[in-house]
Design a protein around this ligand. Structure first.
Ligand SMILES: O=C(O)C1=C[C@@H](OP(=O)(O)O)[C@@H](O)[C@H](O)C1
Ligand SMILES: C=C(OP(=O)(O)O)C(=O)O
Length: 446
């Protein structure tokens, strides 16, 4: 069965009202770091050992794409992956297209890497990824000398012509995007001279940290990340922490559920990812970090969360890129807070796996949560809400957000099109059961 036909099998969630949130859990590995561990491990000299790898569809698609380019990769086996690096110029032309599933991160980072190869490649994705904008990477890569063909309006598939000499550029990113920054830094390894990428606001810096960990220097001058072409990567050991974006569902679940008391273990707390913690704390959440340590160049902690009454806030603009994937579940926190929570300057949410402003607004409307939609944000008014039927639009984070909402709903929430939860959080149902949430997963065939 091809990946494309597999996705026709779908699941629906029936999230029963009520339930508890108690215990001690570890959510799966960080998706951003999992993608990058395979990419850098494949291009390194030597053998890279990865622990904590996310065995979700997005990062598995990245792993398979490198296998298709001749890289020997063992695993994943309980989060352990062994990558036999082929060096910067050791990839082989793949036989067919490189299918990247649902992963915007996969496609944007691959486009930078493939622009530097000697052979042509075609990057494809599922229905959601095929609608997402790729000119944000294709345009600056073309400035570097890449030749890239896109479908209509800069959508995938991307056809990347190999053998094009790249030169470094100085690029001011028009949006705060770690994917664009990372794409250009990866292409910059293959470019002549320096590539300089300036971000309008801080975004996740896993690429910079991991490149430095592989012995490839990325310098920073203020808001600019700088890489010199022509370097090499040296294999190493990577310990991927639990994904704060997955932990977010349980941080909100515990914050809104009276009596909740939960510990999330070994969570990545990179300062460019902690918007969820900062925003929940500003809303009055009871979160405590302990056992703070650094693991493989990334800060990690256990997070203890207990129920506390939340209040609505105006979310600080600077928190937006630091919590960019957490807004669906933060809107559920807002629905359970006293007063109104206001988000602006978050238009990027409209170009994720779904239009996350509209998809969440439609879902909030279906369960009776008062809200007002803006081009770049939303106001959510806290209060009681009922059950209802939600379309997740195949977006993992919308599906999981409404599963969390059921904890405080006055009725059950039926959530359609949830198969893509497996892209980032394959054992979400199992961990939801462990803590006391009441979630049925109903298999459906198309
Ligand atoms: O670099 C990454 O790993 C990611 C960057 C973010 O996207 P943008 O760079 O488009 O904001 C985020 O939404 C995505 O889930 C992962
Ligand atoms: C936006 C996300 O991922 P990607 O862009 O990689 O599809 C996400 O996981 O919320």
């Amino acid at each position: 069965m091809s990946e494309q036909t597999m996705t026709q099998h779908n699941v629906r969630y029936l999230a029963h009202q009520g339930g508890s949130v108690r215990g001690r859990i570890r959510v799966p590995g960080d998706k951003s770091m999992s993608h990058r561990s395979i990419m850098l491990g494949a291009l390194a000299e030597g053998v890279t050992e990865v622990d904590g790898f996310l065995e979700g569809e997005d990062s598995l698609a990245t792993l398979k794409a490198f296998r298709a380019m001749g890289v020997q990769i063992e695993g994943p086996d309980n989060g352990h992956v062994t990558i036999h690096g082929v060096g910067m110029h050791g990839l082989k032309a793949p036989q067919g297209d490189l299918y990247l599933g649902n992963a915007g991160t996969g496609m944007r980072l691959f486009s930078g890497l493939m622009a530097g190869q000697a052979f042509d490649s075609t990057l494809t994705g599922d229905a959601s990824l095929s609608k997402r904008p790729m000119n944000r990477v294709a345009d600056p890569l073309r400035l570097m000398g890449a030749r890239i063909d896109t479908a209509d309006k800069g959508r995938p598939p991307l056809h990347i012509h190999g053998g094009q000499p790249l030169k470094g550029i100085s690029y001011d990113m028009p949006m705060a995007s770690a994917q664009v920054k990372s794409c250009l830094l990866l292409a910059g390894m293959y470019a002549e001279g320096e590539t300089r990428v300036t971000e309008p606001a801080p975004t996740r810096d896993h690429t910079e940290r991991m490149l430095n960990g592989f012995g490839y220097e990325v310098r920073r001058e203020g808001a600019t990340a700088i890489i010199q072409g022509g370097g090499r990567l040296t294999a190493g050991v990577i310990d991927v922490p639990a994904d704060i974006s997955s932990a977010a569902f349980f941080l909100v679940a515990a914050s809104i559920t009276p009596g909740a008391d939960l510990v999330l273990e070994h969570v990545g707390i990179n300062p460019t990812r902690v918007g969820i913690i900062n925003i929940l704390k500003a809303m009055g959440a009871d979160l405590t970090l302990s056992n703070e340590r650094e693991v493989g160049g990334e800060p990690v902690a256990d997070i203890h969360v207990r129920y506390a009454p939340l209040k609505g806030i105006d979310i600080d603009d600077e928190q937006v890129p630091l919590a960019i994937d957490e807004f669906p579940v933060l809107f559920i926190a807002a629905a359970n807070a006293e007063g109104t929570t206001r988000l602006r300057n978050a238009a990027e949410l409209r170009v994720k796996e779904s239009d996350r402003i509209q998809a969440m607004a439609d879902g909030l409307a279906a369960i009776g949560v008062e809200h007002t939609v803006y081009d770049d944000g939303i106001d959510v008014v806290g209060g009681t809400y009922h059950g209802g039927r939600i379309d997740s639009h195949g977006d993992h984070r919308i599906a999981m957000a409404f599963a969390v909402a059921a904890l405080c709903a006055e009725g059950d929430i039926d959530i359609l099109d949830c198969a893509n939860v497996a892209t980032s959080f394959p054992n979400f149902k199992a961990l939801a059961d462990t803590v006391g949430m009441r979630l049925d997963v109903i298999e459906e065939t198309a």
